[in-house]
Design a binder for this molecule. Structure first.
Ligand code: CUA
Length: 345
């Protein structure tokens, strides 16, 4: 039994360490967490093998043989030495593993000076990220942008129910809880784009409550942040400052272009909606080429800022985020309305 158990444990541990269980390694917090996982596997596998081997052996060795139907087993009233042994060993194991895990937790939650503060706001079913700026200004985006190698503190809240903010490539995650602000600390160490997901079943749109985290070089992040701070007209290739006021001519064309860009951009409407003109193929919401046919600009505007006001047949309310009135600039919404009004004719 000992030989079989030792071989089975060795095979199990080798397999557990050989399989790559984890997504990309993109934060300083990843290594200690992955190592903790490996250590837990190494300790758990022999215990699992021991229990299963003893169970299988007992089933086989102490099975009832013909003629023993009416016999009773020997009376057993306990074995103090064994009981002390099988209480003490698991207790020591549990206390050591918990202490180790607590050490890892303290390590990954360490605070840093020079932390970048990013506010994360959850709503059924979308994430919004805000970057408080000097002078009380705030830059708000539907996607997460982070500079590489700088400690980040996320301040996380929710508008409605419990969600869970998780970037698997950063390993750590935390619930968003109505009424309180929860915190998470991460230092991204690898450039790239990683999924942001909601890890708490929060309603019908839970599976589409996703975004992207872009880890970029510090200089690129700084210039991205500067561009976001600029007025929308400048961000949208300039010159459209009075587009919504003038209404016609080239201002109109610029507005439509901005709308199309907002529609097709990353995290834009096209992620969920099919629209032939924009070349998008999302299937979470209705095909807008059909749904918006013949609709007025006013109706289209309501559909964007108050999506639950009317729901296309066959679709559920509360799937489309109802905060686009806040996360998009007035110019972007004007642009979307102008663009969608041209394609719905
Ligand atoms: Cu939010 Cu699941």
């Amino acid at each position: 039994m000992v030989a079989i158990g030792a071989i089975a444990s060795a095979i199990g541990i080798a397999l557990a360490l050989w399989i790559n269980w984890f997504p990309a390694n993109a934060a300083k917090q990843d290594k200690p967490i992955d190592t903790l996982y490996d250590v837990l596997m190494i300790v758990s596998i022999p215990i699992f093998v021991l229990v299963v081997t003893v169970v299988l052996y007992s089933v086989w060795a102490f099975r009832m043989r013909p003629g023993q139907e009416l016999e009773d087993g020997p009376p057993i009233h306990g074995n103090t030495r064994l009981e002390v042994f099988w209480t003490a060993i698991p207790a020591i194991l549990l206390v050591s593993l918990c202490s180790y895990a607590y050490g890892v937790l303290t390590d990954i939650e360490k605070t840093h000076k020079n932390e970048l503060v990013v506010k994360v706001h959850a709503i059924q079913f979308a994430w919004t990220f805000s970057y408080p700026q000097a002078g009380g200004r705030t830059v708000t985006t539907p996607q997460l942008y982070l500079p590489v190698d700088r400690p980040v503190r996320f301040d996380i809240d929710t508008q409605d129910v419990i969600h869970d903010f998780w970037v698997p490539a950063f390993r750590v995650k935390i619930d968003t809880v109505p009424g309180i602000v929860t915190h998470l600390r991460v230092t991204p160490t690898r450039l790239g784009t990683y999924p942001v997901v909601c890890a708490e079943l929060c309603g019908l749109g839970h599976s589409v409550m996703r975004s992207s985290a872009h880890v970029m070089p510090a200089a690129a992040f700084a210039s991205w942040l500067r561009r976001q701070g600029a007025p929308a007209s400048v961000a949208a290739s300039g010159g459209g400052g009075n587009a919504s006021a003038s209404g016609g001519g080239s201002g109109r064309a610029q507005l439509v272009a901005l709308g199309r860009q907002t529609f097709t951009g990353s995290g834009g409407c096209g992620a969920c909606h099919t629209l032939a003109d924009a070349g998008t193929t999302g299937t979470t919401g209705p095909d807008l080429g059909r749904a918006l046919k013949g609709q007025s600009a006013a109706a289209i505007r309501t559909d964007i800022v108050d999506p639950n006001a009317r729901i296309a047949s066959g679709y559920q309310p509360n799937i489309m985020p109802s905060n686009f009135g806040q996360t998009l600039s007035a110019q972007q919404i004007d642009g979307l309305v102008a663009y969608l009004a041209t394609v719905s004719k």
